[in-house]
Structure formats: structure tokens, C-alpha cells
Design a protein around this ligand. Sequence first.
Ligand code: FIX
Ligand code: ZN
Length: 411
Amino acid sequence: MNRVELKAIIDEQLANLEIVDVHTHLFPADFDGLLLWGIDEILTYHYLIAEFFRYSSLDYREFFRLPKARQAELVWQTLFLDRSPVSEAQRGVLTILNRLGLDVKSRSLEAYREYYRGLTLQGQIDQVFKLAGVKEIVMTNDPFDPQERAVWKRGTAGDPRFKSSLRIDPLMMNFPAAAEVLQGEGYNVTGDFGGNSAAEVRRFLTDWVEKIDALYMAASLPPTFTVDDNSLRSRVLKECILPVCREQGIPFAMMIGVKKLVNPGLELAGDSVGKAEIGVVEQLCSEYPENKFLVTMLSRENQHELAITARKYRNLLVFGCWWFLNNPSLVEEITALRVETLGLSFIPQHSDARVLEHLIYKWDHSREIIGRVLLEKYADLGATGWQVSAAEIERDLKQLFQGNFRAFVGR
Ligand code: FIX
Ligand code: ZN
């Protein structure tokens, strides 16, 4: 099979692929408006807000007090009409518009708004999943968010395409505040993790994993994350989170390297990145062989050592080119490094979609790059005389884009 034939097969298999997107911030239509969608949400995505303020001297608070539609107009003018939208987040908007069949060259925000006026949310969910080639997504379900807690208490019709994960950052990042929420929910915990708190936190975690049928538990963690100390964070992890994950047979997903709110004025756009210590991943995988760890790290500088660490521990599954790494040049570099180091034993990407339509651009862009990397690797095999078949390419892609995750979570 020559390179042209190989590329045609890879492109066809990628186009027919049913992706399981292992980390998003999306929700079904009946989650009380928690699902963001539509052109104004697309244009006010925090990635674009950060880029908008590269050019604007507007007071942050003044901007965020504006109606969402006005914020979107300012972003459209500044990042699209006043200068070419060459950044990845800017290009993403145009990919979405183009794939929705809108006239990108019109550059008419009004025309795009008119299009949306004719849509229903449920219809847009169906259309976006189809255009993006996504079969299922995993939500980020936060029991510490009162709005989301109310939805789960009320009960929802649910949508089989939307799977759950239990996001528990406050337990590790601000236990006293988390303890107040748990007390309010009837769990006998104290802010200093005293008394019967460990057992009660385990009961809380068990109740919620079972209530939402969580595929995994997750937390985003700072570059300084360590478990060597006797901190509340370490104790909650070792005495509560890891035991419940073991009992429930689910992974703990650690998203390591976020510096929260280095610029608070930017709100969600105010987080940044720091190189973390890979030793904490080694230590947890080594000391807790009965636990499964999904890990993604935010710093480019952590990627090689994370891949090498995954070679040492089969209870570690690396996933995604997260957030600031989700740019074509880095996705290509990281995916090539992972294939060369881990073969097909990793999850190449997640969308981190915050707005429904992000599924379209995040997967269009990533599929193309990951396909390019795999073409090189299959071509390298061909050069040795090894002939990979279309069925084998389909098998490999299915493993990367859903099989590895399903096997690791046991679903
Ligand atoms: O912690 C997370 O889930 C991060 O992905 C988010 O906090 C972040 O804002 C994001 O959406 C990045 O893509
Ligand atoms: Zn996220």
C-alpha cells in the first residue's frame, strides 16, 4: 500500500470514527441551562476573552458587566474584523461556522445570530454530535455547584450520550469550604478533617459516585501538588478518594499543572500553567497499585516524563493534550512522542468543550493532526515491509479514541 492509499484509508476511518470524549464541560439539554451553546457563547469562550484583552484596554469588570451579546460583538470586532483570526481558538470559531454550513466569508455576526434563532437546543445537540463524530462525552459533574446539585436532586431524563464524572477539587483544594457544603448535605465532617470526617467524606463520595454513575473521579491540581506531606489534601486523597475509587473500581483522574487565577480579573480566563513534579505521579502509581490513574498534565515540559512514567505503571493511562497544549503544533509533537513511547496505549485527545459547538472544531482539528502522525508511523512500518490493513487501522483508531478509555474504566 503506498502513502496515498494509506492516507485515504486513515482519512476514511477517521471520518467514520465514533469518538468517546473523555473530558468536557457539557451537559444534556435538561440540566437547567448549564449547557452553553450558540454564537455568543462561542465568541465569549474564555480562551478568546484572554486573547481579546491582548488588544483591549477596557476595564475587566466593565467588560464582564456587559450583556453576553455585547461582549461577543466586542470580541468579534477585535479578534476577527480588526485583525486576521489566526490563533487556534479564533480559527476554531470559523471551523464551527463553516461546518454548520454558514457563510464564513460574509463575516456577518447578525447572519450567524439569525441562523441560531431558528434552532432548538435538542436539535443542535443532535447536529453537533453528528458533525463532530462524537458518540459519547464525559461531563464534569460538580457536587459542590449548588445549581448542578439541585439538578441531580430533582432528577433528569438524562441522555445516554452524556456520561458522568465526579469532580471533587474543593475536597483537595479547600477542605474547610468543602466541609461546609458536606455539613449542609448531612455529612458529619469538620473543617479540620477531625472526628469521623474521613468516614463521612468516603460516604459522600460513595453516595455521589453511585448517584451519578460516575465513570471516574477527577480533580485539577497545582504544579506544586505533592503527597509527601501530611497536608489535609494528602490525607483526603489517601484516606477518602483513593479508597472509594478502589471500592467503586473507577480511576482517579488527576489534571496537574494549573495555576488558578494568576490574573483574577480575567475570571475563567485567568488561570495559567506551571511545570509539575512527575515524582508525585510515580509515587501514587507505585504506592497504590490497586488504584487506576488517568493523568493529563498542563505543561509542555511535563509531557515526555509523563509518557515515560506511563511505561512504568500499567495503572496509569495518559490522556489528552489539555487546554494550553491543544494547539496544532503541540498536539502533533505530543502525539508523535506518545506513539513512539507508548504505541497505542494512551488516549490522544479530549475536547474540554465548554460550549456545545466546541466539539466540532476541537475534534476536526485534532483528528486531522492525529491522523497525520499515524500516517507517518504506518508509512514507517510500510518501509520495513510490514503491511498494515484497513481493518487494522480501524482497530487501532477505535482503541485510541474509545477502546483504551472503556477498558480502563471497565465500561
Ligand atoms: O479544570 C478543568 O477542567 C479545565 O479544563 C478548565 O478549568 C479550563 O477552564 C478549561 O476549560 C480548559 O480547557
Ligand atoms: Zn476541563
